[in-house]
Design a binder for this molecule. Structure first.
Ligand SMILES: [Zn+2]
Length: 320
């Protein structure tokens, strides 16, 4: 390895630190749970994860890249605002530089995952690409004409917060109603199932506590032909397809990769959503955007963060 680089994917409940090779392969890794969202506690846990991932070799770490939830100031590496952590102007980059004595580059976690998936996963070889992670929320990122779209203040790619159902949708974590994220994330699938539950009084899906209901159980029920599961899944697919068709209208990508928990459904998801997206695609030829399951899974963020660190910034171009 020419330069030892560490990529960190910081999530609300856990952190992954990985030594990543030039080829995007993870050489060593460490994952730690985050229980306390206090800034100094999180910095301590990140430090422990990096030390553990780095323990196998004495070689000095040259650069660190970290993807964090929230709005990031690219110039200072500070987290301007992160609702997940409750942070305002948290000097994440500066504290990690102090701790490790090397250059640290900070960016939004979803943008890092997009860079990873674009460079080493399903985006390889394309120039116009979108990653959407369907987890608790919907994280996203856009590559247009071979470059990651960052926007004026680094906020481009917040695809999860375009509104699909402004009057009759679920309330989103951002405060708006019917955002793509509220309707089509993993949590959105659960909300669809709960919303129609009164129509299925004998459903086994909601026989336990509602908070125990998971998106995987609903998908499995849909796959098995359960009436409640199928109805929830159909509503979910409709909303997901609306959002994907909007993405196609906005940026006309060659490929949209779907990651996150719901995308682990693979062909069951892709085969259901693709014809619906085609039906809603009106201004460009239908069927020209490949919709695929993302390849790097939960590693995309750390791999992308390391790629960003090596390049000195959040760019999809190999030479910055
Ligand atoms: Zn929203």
């Amino acid at each position: 390895m020419a330069r030892k680089t560490i990529g960190i994917d910081l999530g609300g409940s856990h952190v992954l630190a990985a030594v990543v090779g030039d080829d995007g392969a993870i050489v060593a890794r460490a994952e730690h749970d985050i229980v306390d969202h206090d800034f100094e506690s999180v910095v301590k846990i990140i430090g422990a994860a990096v030390d553990e991932a780095n323990a196998s070799s004495k070689e000095r770490v040259e650069t660190i890249g970290i993807g964090s939830p929230g709005d990031i100031d690219a110039a200072t590496g500070a987290v301007r605002y992160s609702p997940n952590f409750g942070w305002h102007d948290a000097p994440l980059g500066a504290r990690l530089t102090e701790r490790f004595g090397c250059a640290v580059v900070v960016a939004n976690d979803a943008r890092c995952a997009t860079l990873g998936e674009y460079t080493f996963g399903t985006g390889r070889g394309t120039h116009d690409f979108v990653l959407l992670t369907l987890g608790t929320g919907i994280g996203g990122g856009i590559v247009a004409a071979g470059e990651l779209v960052r926007g004026n203040l680094g906020g481009a790619g917040e695809i999860g917060h375009h509104q699909l159902r402004a009057t009759d949708g679920f309330i989103c974590g951002c405060g708006k109603t019917g955002c793509f994220e509220a309707q089509a994330s993993g949590l959105g699938l659960i909300r669809h199932a709960l919303a129609i539950a009164p129509s299925f009084p004998r459903s086994t899906l909601v026989s336990g506590k509602p908070e125990k209901l998971g998106s995987k159980a609903i998908r499995k029920a849909a796959e098995a032909g359960d009436g409640h599961g199928r109805a929830a899944w159909a509503r979910y697919i409709d909303d997901l397809a609306s959002g994907l068709a909007n993405v196609i209208a906005f940026v006309n990508p060659e490929c949209i990769a779907l990651g996150g928990g719901v995308a682990s459904a693979g062909a069951f998801l892709i085969d259901a959503v693709t014809p619906r997206v085609d039906a809603l695609t009106t201004m460009v030829p239908r069927g020209m955007t490949r919709i695929v399951a993302a390849a790097l899974g939960n590693d995309a963020g750390a791999i992308g963060a390391a790629t960003m660190a090596r390049r000195g910034g959040l760019s999809a171009r190999a030479s910055v």
